[in-house]
Design a protein around this ligand. Structure first.
Ligand SMILES: Nc1nc2c(ncn2[C@@H]2O[C@@H]3COP(=O)(O)O[C@H]4[C@@H](O)[C@H](n5cnc6c(=O)[nH]c(N)nc65)O[C@@H]4COP(=O)(O)O[C@H]3[C@H]2O)c(=O)[nH]1
Length: 681
């Protein structure tokens, strides 16, 4: 039952009971009063007649007595009036014949109203009958006396019927009035209750129900009572939820660092822009921006500096865009730009160039000047895709291409890129089977001591003999293996093969010299130490026969972990070389942080020698610096005699390159090995 109905029921019940009790009390006291009046009236009349009738009784003046009796009975409510003598014999009587009950009594006694006057016995019987049958009869007797001498009595029967009728009428009127009062009061209370209580309660109830369905609305309750404060509390709750929702919405859709939309929001907006573009036949450009050397800033200057750089860069990129454009941060150092309603590809090119310029400008981060470079990939709606996912994936592909050295930093998506992506995926699948199928093979490229021709060791280089595509360069498949995590399995295989060949050559009495094995940064974990220790023990190889080469990208990982693994490896007697020196981050700080044994100058520095003056100066500086740090220097990619001579002259310790020996199969390398000398093992 609803609250209002229950309230009205209770109020009307209480009112009814109160008013009924009131009515009862009123009617009861009213009827008592009336009966009293009736009694009084009969008494006064009776006394009066009793006073005036002694003379008539003494003189037996029946006519007068009759007249008195008639007079008495004519009074309203009087049923009969009888004057009896001192022996109780009726002398005269009068009955109210208008009263049907008198006629009934006459009839019941077999008397007729025409049979008048009634004899004394009949009068006595009639009085007795009326007294016994009329429950509302009030019998009264008044003595008639002359001095001290009793003469008789005046008997009067007064009917209470009128009194009852009057009381009933009164009751009816009273009940009607009270009914109306109850109705009025109930309606008034109901309306007051409805306006003051049920209205706010219903509003609160609806608002709560809507809030439950996610529609938050405030409730207006002006009263200053409990409902008012309940509404205030509710509104405060709505306000708090709205704030919390706004916060959640912000967290879910915006990047906390740059305050730019995040990936989710970017996809949302792109979907929206694509819908509009579809309707109005417009072009939309999706631009992927990836910073090339952000990791270096992060690692060398700390994360706080990295964060500041991203925030500054975000603001700078935003300042180069139109109001309708969207700049989002997808995470890490990746940004996404949406350009709706662009006219043509030239406009996109212009904006992309502006963005590239914006990123290449110097930034002052933590008081230091920093220059970042970025790669930009662009996909256009509708030519390069019609869905947000497709466009983003294609812009990402284009960005991936822009990162490769052969491309400009701004790259538009082409369908061939997808073909390349598909090829890459196929290659990745094939690579999983390559180890099982025995398609991988180790090649060995001799490393010679500067000033000598005889190899002192070799670098182990992996080759993949693909059943359809022929020999595939490790430069192509190693990144795939790293991306899929397969590099750990392949790396283990390379280590085992290298150890196995060493054992084989040692068993043949040859002096293979140490083998330099390339290690991916993903292999640099605790387990590598165990794997190498186990292999060395299994193949009975002295650990100094193994060298590990790694590139500067080991910096991308947890420095503490990397440092710990390198220390363990060195403690086992394994030599460590830093490969491709000069091509990566070229931060000299890690040369101190990690203890390497050798440094390999990348072949890109060697190519221009000895004509390239800057290159020459650089090589000289690297050699001096490395020697000062106690590192041996290996020059890679030596192709000409001039290069070899220059490097010797500069004090390079070891040389490697096509001039001294191309990468070759194990059997070919075996043929170059000198015979066993005890010192080598
Ligand atoms: N133009 C020219 N090139 C020369 C000359 N001398 C040597 N090279 C090439 O330069 C690369 C040297 O190896 P890297 O810098 O360690 O660079 C290697 C190394 O980083 C990686 N790699 C090779 N094998 C493995 C492996 O087993 N594991 C891992 N993780 N990476 C490997 O693949 C890269 C490429 O290997 P490759 O294609 O074999 O390419 C080799 C080699 O064939 C020269 O005089 N001129």
């Amino acid at each position: 039952m609803r609250l209002a109905s229950r309230f009205i029921l209770i109020v009307s019940g209480i009112l009814s009971v109160t008013l009924a009790l009131n009515a009862y009390y009123f009617i009861h006291s009213q009827s008592q009063l009336l009966e009293q009046q009736l009694n009084e009236r009969g008494r006064v009349l009776g006394h009066l007649i009793a006073l005036i009738s002694p003379d008539a009784m003494l003189s037996f003046d029946f006519l007068t007595l009759n007249e008195y009796a008639r007079e008495v009975s004519r009074q309203r409510d009087v049923v009969y009036g009888v004057i009896v003598n001192d022996k109780g014999t009726p002398l005269t009587s009068f009955f109210n014949e208008q009263d049907p009950r008198v006629l009934d009594a006459l009839q019941a006694l077999g008397l007729d109203k025409e049979t008048a006057p009634l004899t004394p016995p009949k009068t006595a019987r009639l009085v007795a009958r009326l007294s016994s049958s009329l429950y509302d009869l009030l019998p009264m007797e008044f003595p008639i006396s002359h001095g001290e001498r009793p003469l008789g009595q005046l008997k009067v029967g007064i009917s209470r019927e009128q009194l009852h009728a009057q009381t009933q009428k009164q009751l009816l009127i009273q009940s009607s009035i009270y009914g109306l009062i109850i109705l009025f009061l109930c309606s008034a209370i109901f309306w007051v209750f409805r306006y003051n209580v049920m209205g706010p309660v219903n509003r609160l109830m609806n608002a709560s129900r809507n809030a439950g369905q996610g529609e938050l609305e405030e409730v207006t309750v002006t009263s200053r009572d409990e409902l008012g404060s309940l509404a205030e509390t509710f509104n405060a709750m709505v306000h708090a939820i709205r704030e919390e929702q706004a916060k959640l919405h912000y967290q879910a859709n915006y990047d906390a660092l740059t305050a730019l939309p995040n990936r989710m929001m970017a996809i949302d907006r792109l979907d929206h822009e694509l819908r509009l573009a579809r309707r109005h036949n417009e072009l939309v450009a999706v631009i992927f921006i990836d910073l090339d050397n952000f990791k270096v800033v992060n690692d060398t200057m700390g994360h706080a500096a990295g964060d500041e750089l991203l925030a500054m860069l975000g603001a700078r990129l935003l300042s180069r865009l139109r109001d309708v454009d969207t700049l989002a941060r997808l995470g890490g150092d990746e940004f996404l730009v949406l350009l709706p309603r662009v006219q043509d590809i030239d406009e996109v090119k212009q904006i992309a160039t502006r963005l590239l310029e914006a990123t290449s400008e110097r930034l002052l981060v933590h008081g230091r000047e920093v220059i970042v470079h970025c790669s930009i990939g662009i996909a256009l709606y509708p030519d390069d895709g019609i869905s947000a996912e497709e466009l983003m994936a294609n812009a990402d592909n284009a960005m991936y291409q822009a990162k490769t050295p052969a491309h400009l930093p701004i790259c538009f998506f082409t369908q061939e890129m997808n073909v390349r992506v598909r090829e890459r995926l196929q290659l990745e699948q094939d690579l999983h089977l390559a180890v099982e199928r025995g398609e991988l093979e180790l090649y060995f490229q001799p490393i010679v001591q500067s000033g000598q021709c005889q190899p002192v060791g070799a670098e182990v280089l992996l080759r993949w003999q693909h059943p359809q595509n022929g020999i595939i360069s490790p430069a192509t498949f190693i990144p795939l293996a790293e991306a899929s995590g397969l590099i750990v399995t392949i790396g283990d295989w390379v280590l085992r093969q290298a150890c196995s060949w060493l054992r084989h050559w040692l068993d043949l009495g040859l002096t293979p010299g140490p083998l330099a094995i390339n290690i991916s940064r993903l292999q640099l974990q605790d387990r590598l130490v165990t794997v190498i220790r186990d292999l060395a023990s299994e193949y009975r190889i002295a650990t100094h026969m193994l060298e590990l080469e790694m590139t500067e990208n080991i910096l991308l990982d947890d420095h503490v972990q990397v440092s710990k693994t390198l220390d363990q490896l060195q403690a086992m007697g394994i030599k460590l070389s830093l490969d491709d020196f000069g091509t990566g981050y070229s931060s000299l700080s890690y040369l101190r942080r990690f203890s390497f044994d050798a440094l390999k100058i990348d072949r890109s520095f060697i190519q221009g020698l000895p004509q390239d003056q800057d290159g020459c100066a650089l090589i000289g500086a690297i050699v001096v610096m490395a020697h000062r740090l106690g590192l041996r220097v290996v020059a890679e990619g030596v192709e000409t005699v001039e290069q070899r001579d220059f490097l010797r002259q500069q004090g390079c310790d070891f040389l490697q390159g096509y001039l001294l020996g191309r990468p070759m199969t194990a059997s070919a390398y075996q043929a170059t090995l000198p015979c066993f000398s005890a010192a080598n093992e």
